[in-house]
Design a binder for this molecule. Structure first.
Ligand SMILES: [Zn+2]
Length: 436
């Protein structure tokens, strides 16, 4: 296996990048861990009690702690979230700690052969404007300090909340950029992550438009729009999840995280049934009818009338719709996916694919069936990320090794690394035109 150098990391979360070693130390030095954040979700999922009073006696070695912290077996998002909750519980998340962690995580990135890394950070839903300012400032200072010591560049992306309030959070960040040069220099994007279900991209359309207009008006403070989409879609079919991907791209997101619905092998779903929210079913059939001529060019696709009748059936009832993954559905999906991939290429939208994360949280059956493999065989703009390398106990180098092991040629991987330099938030948002 090759060792890849000058790696570019465009999809990682700052706290999810914490190694077990660092987190263990943080926890031991925290006099008041917010245990309930972790124990509530852990006990509900595993029906095991955690003795928080004697936590560091029970987990008296790093190895024992690693067993609790690492997420190494396929499980749904809730299980992953409970691991992340351990991070939230053990850390103080105050400006001093954020500054220190930003620096330390950047050092670890440099040690793993990374040249440039963007880290996402998310604040509590209750965070106020002052919290956004203090914490963002602390992270930017930490990254700038790290850059001085280690041969690596670090930039920050703030993940906003999907529910209402994101407009205010965005305006706080823009104000902070005006007032602090270091924030203007290091904050390069906004992101949306966490639970997707219930947050259709249609509710972000006007907001994305505003961000893009702001970018035009004030290029020096531009922010890229990053968007986790098509990763988890329990309430809808693959077809609707792919529609979300298409819409996010059309509305102007610069990079899309995961897009599992667009790239995972779908044959294994043959014969299953899935309940889809009626609203999604209606939106998808309307979308298809409005773009029918375009979509149907990409392969076998049901007649226009088929989608028309779907729509009238849905509009005449008020129940959710059972979708059968039969031959017709899978053929339509295949054609629709080709259409969406072409759209992403046309819109210059970058897809961020995270192999370990997709394998474990996306519960993809084999590494060979990872979306990254399908994406790498198209002309999509593609970058590879480690997502939460601390929790997955992997580094970006390891992610490239997975890609190599499933037959993605190493020349292709080298070109993905090289091209990723052109997909940094600063370049995509128009803030800078020089690659790192
Ligand atoms: Zn992510």
């Amino acid at each position: 296996m090759k060792t890849y150098s000058d790696l570019i990391e465009l999809h990682s979360h700052l706290y999810g990048s914490l190694s077990a070693e660092i987190l263990y130390e943080i926890g031991k030095n925290n006099p008041n861990p917010r245990w309930h954040i972790f124990t509530e979700s852990y006990e509900k999922l595993f029906h095991k009690k955690i003795d928080t009073k004697n936590f560091f006696k029970t987990f008296d070695s790093l190895d024992k702690f690693k067993e609790l912290y690492y997420f190494l077996e396929k499980a749904p998002f809730e299980v992953f979230q409970s691991k992340f909750n351990l991070i939230i519980a053990l850390s103080r998340f105050n400006p001093e700690e954020i500054r220190e962690i930003s620096k330390n995580v950047l050092r670890e990135s440099a040690n793993k052969g990374i040249k440039y890394s963007e880290f996402r950070i998310m604040y509590s839903p209750m965070a106020l404007e002052s919290d956004y300012l203090e914490r963002t400032l602390a992270a930017c200072i930490g990254l700038s300090e790290g850059e001085k010591y280690y041969n690596v560049k670090g930039r920050l992306v703030v993940s906003l909340h999907r529910n209402p309030g994101f407009e205010d959070q965005y305006s706080w960040l823009k104000k902070a950029m005006q007032e602090h040069k270091i924030i203007s220099d290091y904050l390069v994007g906004i992101d949306f992550c966490n639970i997707e279900e219930g947050y259709s991209p249609k509710y972000k359309k006007d907001f994305f438009k505003k961000v893009l207009q702001d970018n035009e008006l004030d290029q020096d403070n531009s922010l890229a729009i990053l968007y986790h989409v098509g990763e988890s879609f329990q309430d809808k079919s693959h077809l609707s999840a792919c529609r979300w991907i298409a819409e996010s791209s059309d509305f102007g997101a610069h990079r899309l995280g995961h897009c599992i619905a667009l790239g995972e092998k779908i044959d294994k779903y043959f014969g299953i049934e899935r309940l889809e929210l009626r609203e999604e079913f209606v939106d998808t059939n309307e979308y298809i009818l409005s773009n029918y001529d375009d979509i149907s060019q990409f392969g076998k696709f049901s007649e226009y009338e088929y989608f028309q009748s779907n729509l009238s059936k849905a509009n005449s009832g008020n129940k959710d719709i059972t979708i059968s993954y039969d031959d017709t559905f899978l053929k339509n999906l295949e054609t629709f996916r080709k259409y969406v991939i072409q759209k992403l290429i046309k819109n210059d939208t970058v897809v961020e694919s995270c192999p370990s994360s997709n394998f474990l949280i996306g519960m993809i059956d084999t590494y060979e069936n990872l979306p990254v493999k399908v994406f790498s065989e198209t002309n999509l703009k593609l970058t590879i990320g480690a997502d939460d390398p601390g929790i997955f106990n992997i580094d970006l180098q390891g992610e490239y090794k997975i890609c190599e092991s499933i037959g993605i040629p190493s020349d292709k991987l080298k070109s993905i690394i090289l091209n990723s330099k052109q997909y940094t938030s600063e370049i995509l948002s128009g803030k800078k035109n020089i690659a790192p």
